[in-house]
Design a protein. Sequence first.
Length: 185
Amino acid sequence: MLVLTAVSLLMIPLSLGLREDRAGAAGSGGVPGEAQSTRAALREALNVRGYVLVTVGFFVCGFHVAFVSLHLPSYISDAGVTMAFFSAPVSAIELGGWAIGLVGLFNIFGSITWGWLGGIYPRKDMLALLYALRLLAFLLFLMLPLSWVSVLIFAATLGFLWLRTISLTSGLIGYLFGPKHVAML
């Protein structure tokens, strides 16, 4: 932790060398040929309703990811959900680990599929579909009886939908505002 703290503190003075090149290429807003500052890009984005909605959606995505990765294994353990795998007992805490593992495994398939879909269909439509499917997955998981089957199906489904918002959101923001300030926006 001390090494991490020292490296983190070192980042502060090193970041001063990353100042914006104000004589650089033109941004997406303002007069053509005139560079757009970071502040101007943020001001422009905050005045676009779609950007605010995407930002709120991205917050919800982060909440889902943090909430599930922190609380799903303990929820399964607290509920005492167990199973047997080829006659070997799997404890509730192990099943929680399996659930997070399935999220990771299906994340691979989701990355490929949603990246492909985002290249074919409008990204905003794919984001709306993604959030709707996440909502449906959460509702079904909470409404159906809790069992090892529901846990594993939920984990696989959520893994397929896990971090897909990152690439779709980044692509949409880059499309709307240009590539210069994508990381900041």
